[in-house]
Design a protein around this ligand. Structure first.
Ligand code: ADP
Ligand code: MG
Length: 550
């Protein structure tokens, strides 16, 4: 037997679990059942891909056993299991991206807020330490002859030893803390309690979840096993959707919006998608995966199916079940399949139109959506030209009109002055910097509204998108901003003549610093300002390129 230390991040998370005041401790069972179900999916898939794998797939299921005298609860599956290396890597460390940031936030927050963060992060297997003072896991992977026994009290170390006769799959045994209603600890050796939790959290799991009766009689299947997306939408309750969302997303929050879609005819499929209510910590990290699972005729095929959702909608979670694909379908086939491309187009349009509806009917939900995911969605303006208008229609921006509230482009246009041609914007690091910029002065004097774009991605799309409803986007920091009436123009021409000599002299004298010195009508209080040429890089982009060493 060998003793190992938990990686330090894992140790911190475990400490949070052991001392958890989280009021919903029942959720540990959801995590175990969810892992068991994933393990069964994976085994099924592996046996498809690898015909030589020696595994019994005739009765894949989850079994829950309790021992009232020993005060133990065991969740057993005959799924994919884990090798010794898997156990050390998966159970002894936290590989999730965003862990470090999560722990930083926990440190900075109050105890109660920290518990909320736990919900958001989704602690998975470690949640067992909310209800158990010792956890034992026995597992075997079909490719290993020997099994592995892992055990820990969650306090710093765990032990690992080989076991000769481990059955296929994984069994997790919790040595339960005494029941304590004060501490939200129910009696988890009660069949009634377990049945209630499984019904509430895992009814939709497609594998049977069985439990022996109190008197040791025939095991009973606790879940109805009906795929939610195949049931009529009027029949499914919000709670059921929420639990399903938690299962597919590994996020403990409620979803912000649930989207259902059904296509019949030559290519039949059903989709059940969710928009989360909170961005994951790693939304902008490169290794981030997309969250849509592909099923074929109710059978799980793959996670993170990027062929179904573009990168800029990577936060959308859920399931797409296609009826007419082969169970052996691979990523390569998906990439070339025209039906899949059509399906993806429809899914994207559906997501965007759902947000549009949300905007009109549930402004608060929309505000949450845009705050959490707007940064990602705006990437779509650069890459998804087909849906540009639809994305612009659901976008919101800071503007000089109202410091407290963002504006949509439609609202901006409705406020445009009669003599205003363009949608003016200015990019910069922060609202304060933009507001103090001399570039804004002339527009302000005219009463023109200016969009304040401070997101790094704004620089990318605003150069690529020609306009909104026939109005061009015009940077106030670039080129000639045409603000003058005919009379003003004649006047300016007059002044240019008067100052021609001075301007020529300034242009020669400053030749190393600037391209040209022009008389400006933009400024009202500042004596001079530097502007970029229409085709020059903006200061922020210039900085970005410089930082990249170019
Ligand atoms: P998550 O499920 O979000 O990945 P968990 O903490 O619940 O996080 O589980 C960590 C990992 O341990 C899983 O991703 C899986 O690889 C492995 N694991 C957990 N339970 C099982 C199980 N019953 N069978 C096989 N692997 C498991
Ligand atoms: Mg899990």
């Amino acid at each position: 037997m060998e003793t190992f230390e938990f990686q330090s991040e894992a140790r911190q998370l475990l400490r949070l679990m052991i001392h958890s005041i989280y009021s919903n401790k029942d959720t540990f069972l959801r995590e175990l059942v969810s892992n068991a179900s994933d393990a069964l999916d994976k085994l099924r898939l592996e046996t498809f891909r690898d015909k030589d794998l020696v595994a019994d797939t005739t009765d894949l299921h989850v079994a829950i056993e309790v021992d009232r005298d020993a005060r133990t609860l065991t969740v057993r599956d005959n799924g994919i299991g884990m090798t010794r290396e898997d156990v050390i890597a998966l159970i002894g460390t936290i590989a999730k991206s965003g862990t470090a940031e999560f722990l930083e936030r926990v440190k900075a927050s109050q105890e109660a807020a920290a518990q909320d963060l736990i919900g958001q992060f989704g602690i998975g297997f470690y949640s067992t330490f909310m209800v158990a003072d010792k956890v034992t896991l026995v597992t075997r992977h079909p490719r290993s002859a020997e099994g592995v026994r892992w055990e820990s009290t969650g306090e710093g170390t765990y032990t690992i030893e080989d076991v000769a006769d481990a059955p296929q799959g994984t069994a997790v045994t919790l040595h339960l803390k005494p029941a304590d209603p004060e501490d939200h600890l129910a009696d988890y050796t009660s069949t009634a309690k377990i049945t209630e939790i499984v019904k509430r959290y895992a009814d939709f799991i497609t594998w049977p979840i069985r439990m022996a009766g109190e008197d040791g009689g025939e095991p009973k299947t606790l879940n109805s096993r009906k795929a939610l997306w195949a049931r009529p939408s009027g029949e499914v309750t919000e709670d059921e959707y929420t639990e399903f969302y938690r299962h597919v997303s590994h996020d403990w929050n409620k979803p912000l919006e649930t989207i259902r879609m059904q296509a019949e005819g030559t290519f039949e499929y059903q989709a059940l998608l969710f928009i989360p209510s909170q961005a994951p910590l790693d939304l902008f990290m490169r290794e981030r995966k997309r969250g849509v699972q592909l099923y074929v005729k109710r059978v799980f095929i793959m996670d993170d199916c990027e062929e179904l959702m573009p990168e800029y909608l990577r936060f959308v979670k859920g399931v797409v079940d296609a009826q007419d694909l082969s169970l052996n379908v691979s990523r390569e086939i998906l990439q070339q399949d025209r039906q899949i491309q059509l399906m993806r187009r429809r899914l994207v349009k559906k997501v965007l139109s759902t947000v549009k509806t949300m905007m009109a009917d549930k402004p608060e939900s929309y505000a949450t959506f845009w705050r959490e995911f707007g940064g990602a969605v705006k990437e779509g303006l650069v890459v998804d030209t087909e849906n540009r208008d639809a994305i612009l229609a659901i976008a919101s921006f800071d503007s000089t009109h109202d410091a407290e509230r963002q504006t949509t482009l439609a609202e901006y246009v409705s406020r445009m002055k009669e003599d205003q041609q363009h949608i003016y914007y200015m990019t910069g690091d922060s609202r304060a910097k933009v507001e103090h910029s001399p570039h804004l002065e002339a527009l302000r004097a005219k009463g023109f509204e200016v969009l304040i774009l401070t997101d790094p991605v704004d620089e990318m799309w605003v150069g690529a998108v020609p306009g909104f409803e026939g109005r061009q986007f015009q940077s106030v920091a670039k080129g000639q901003v045409d603000l003058e009436t005919e009379e003003e123009k004649a006047d300016a021409e007059e002044r240019r003549k008067d100052f021609a000599d001075l301007l020529a002299w300034l242009t020669t004298t400053l030749a190393d610093e600037v391209k040209e010195v022009r008389l400006s009508s933009r400024l009202t209080t500042s004596p001079a300002c530097v502007v970029g040429d229409a085709h020059d890089l903006t200061p922020t982009l210039e900085k970005m390129y410089r930082a990249m060493g170019q």
